[in-house]
Design a binder for this molecule. Structure first.
Ligand SMILES: [Zn+2]
Length: 140
């Protein structure tokens, strides 16, 4: 937090990126990750053969403490690397809806449960943030 004027606080997103360089993958590690993933995007399977550019992505982001280790690296094509960045925001939303759903279930608010399940089913329909799993009432 940075104080700009009396009573006004400004959140500076750059300040959290100071450690960035420490957690970047080394060239040697990038090569290991590419080899493990067979030089293919782990999402769509496209690679050099198809002429796509490949990136090494932190599975757990650096700003959440993700380390530059083999297990935290994955190969993504430029399209999926880009999509993943955009999906950060929908991810935050999905987690919030899941939390709301759990508490709505606990308090027996069936209308709210129905609404939230529908919202979450739209995530599923568009295959957005599929790695975050939510439980439908019918699963319980
Ligand atoms: Zn891809």
């Amino acid at each position: 937090m940075q104080k700009i004027a009396k009573g006004v606080y400004h959140y500076d997103p750059d300040s959290i990126n100071l450690r960035q360089d420490l957690e970047d993958f080394s060239q040697a590690l990038k090569k290991q990750i590419l080899e493990r993933d067979n030089y293919k995007c782990v999402i769509c399977g496209m690679g050099k053969k198809e002429g796509v550019e490949l990136h090494i992505d932190h599975i757990k982001p650096k700003d959440l403490g993700g380390k530059a280790v083999l297990e935290n690296g994955q190969t993504l094509c430029s399209r999926h690397n880009f999509l993943k960045k955009n999906l950060k925001q929908t991810e935050t939303g999905k987690k919030m809806f899941i939390q709301m759903l759990e508490s709505a279930k606990d308090s027996g608010e069936s209308e709210l449960v129905a609404f939230l399940e529908e919202v979450l089913s739209i995530y599923e329909k568009h295959n957005i943030n599929g790695h975050i799993v939510w439980k439908k009432s019918s699963d319980i």
